[in-house]
Design a protein around this ligand. Structure first.
Ligand SMILES: Cc1cc2nc3c(=O)[nH]c(=O)nc-3n(C[C@H](O)[C@H](O)[C@H](O)COP(=O)(O)OP(=O)(O)OC[C@H]3O[C@@H](n4cnc5c(N)ncnc54)[C@H](O)[C@@H]3O)c2cc1C
Length: 383
């Protein structure tokens, strides 16, 4: 009888094989065209990845965070945007699973498992990112409804999503999370994807500005019901804490891909009568790259395993995200250097890795914000 661990390993292996076979050789086509990879998305649905961490009682696979992080690493090794297609959905499912009422869990989680009903996460605004609590988007109660007005920024998957986890001010100091249901598309009853953001990397999936004009949300869609009013910010931050493991996993995946390509190229390319891998400077560079990838993976897995064993992981997740994202950028740059002029062309994948890695440094809390979180935790442990 296979154990849960056997099944989890089998799924990670299946995703790895698929990435090797069907993603690595095709990602650039979609990335350069900024085209949504419909067939890859269908395959991720087929694997059950949209319901990966949703508990089995609501129809999901009920995987632990460690397995999920290993899957995200594999997806990102092929193409980081694939992880982005799943990630905002996972944040939404986590928030509903943890903080939703039982009625909301029943109503939303079941529909979210197969990935046809997808979630976006909308915290940031044009004038508030790191300082997210400075948001201006407002929700005003009108009987059994809330009326939403404001502009949100950087809504990844915002157009294709059927559900937006929307954070809005419900009073001067109160932020509440709303489950905004919509039809996929650019406009829906007072919601408009007002701008498609053109990005350096992380292409193939949409990131949009979304404006709300008198959009009405039923009171039944306040996350957590009456008890959730004013607690949305805490809910979002807690989901983002888990998100940091996910970003670290993405960073490890891209860094591994950059290292793999650099190692292969360094053995093929010859200068001064030998493969460049045999010049000590290149060998040392490869050694440093491999060391960073290994360390980043260990930190990411350590945070994930601690989370799965029920421990608080604010410190470990912050450290893993900080280290892995900065390491991925450095490793991607090293891979470009090792490819010489070829690394600067769109013929080789390393230019994509270099364009994708800054997002890990910025998204879900920049490196500076991670350092603030880490320092705060270190000091709190002293008092
Ligand atoms: C491609 C992409 C996709 C995204 N997807 C989503 C999404 O789906 N949902 C969502 O809600 N958001 C999303 N974001 C937004 C992202 O979370 C923010 O961009 C990020 O939190 C940084 O906020 P900001 O861009 O406003 O930068 P700012 O907060 O303006 O920061 C600018 C700089 O100042 C630094 N800084 C700020 N405050 C301090 C401080 N106190 N001390 C030291 N340095 C500081 C920052 O580290 C940064 O270097 C996305 C962003 C990108 C680029």
């Amino acid at each position: 009888m296979p154990t849960d661990k056997d099944l989890a390993d089998q799924l990670v292996d299946a995703v790895r094989d698929w990435v090797d076979r069907d993603v690595i050789g095709h990602a650039d086509e979609f990335e350069h065209a900024d085209e949504f990879p419909q067939a890859m998305y269908e395959q991720m649905r087929e694997f059950g990845l949209f319901g990966a961490t949703i508990p089995e009682e609501y129809g999901g696979l009920g995987l632990d965070v460690t397995t999920y992080a290993r899957i995200i690493e594999e997806l990102s090794r092929g193409w980081m945007s694939l992880a982005g297609i799943v990630n905002t959905h996972k944040i939404g499912a986590t928030m509903i699973g943890r903080y939703g009422t039982e009625e909301q869990r029943q109503r939303f989680l079941r529909r979210m498992c197969d990935g046809s009903f997808r979630a976006a996460f909308s915290l940031s605004e044009p004038d508030s990112g790191s300082d997210a609590a400075a948001m201006r988007c407002k929700a005003v109660r009108d009987g059994d409804e809330w009326v939403i007005n404001g502009t949100k920024m950087w809504v990844t998957n915002g157009v294709r999503a059927s559900l937006v986890m929307l954070l809005a001010k419900t009073d001067t100091d109160q932020i509440t999370c709303f489950l905004v249901e919509k039809e996929p598309g650019d406009t829906f009853e007072g919601i408009a994807a007002s701008k498609q953001i053109q990005k350096l990397g992380y292409r193939g999936l949409e990131t949009v500005e979304m404006s709300y004009v008198d959009h009405k949300v039923p009171h039944a869609n306040v996350l957590g019901g009456d008890d959730g009013i004013g607690h949305g910010f805490r809910y979002a931050l807690s989901a983002l804490e888990l998100g940091r493991i996910n970003i670290a996993a993405r960073a490890v995946g891209v860094a591994q891909a950059a290292f793999d390509d650099a190692l292969a190229y360094a053995q093929e390319r010859e200068t001064f009568g030998k493969p460049i891998a045999h010049h000590q400077a290149i060998g040392f560079r490869l050694a440093e790259m491999a060391t960073k990838v290994h360390a980043a993976r260990l930190m990411m897995l350590d945070a994930a395993q601690k989370y799965d064993s029920g421990q608080r992981i604010d410190l470990e997740a912050g450290m893993a995200k900080l280290f892995a994202s900065e390491a991925a950028f450095e490793v991607a740059m090293d891979a470009v250097r090792i490819h010489g002029g070829n690394g600067y062309t769109t013929e080789y994948r390393v230019e994509r890795y270099l364009r994708d890695t800054p997002l890990m440094i910025i998204g879900e809390g920049t490196s500076e914000i991670q350092k603030m979180v880490i320092a705060r935790k270190l000091l709190a442990a002293q008092s």
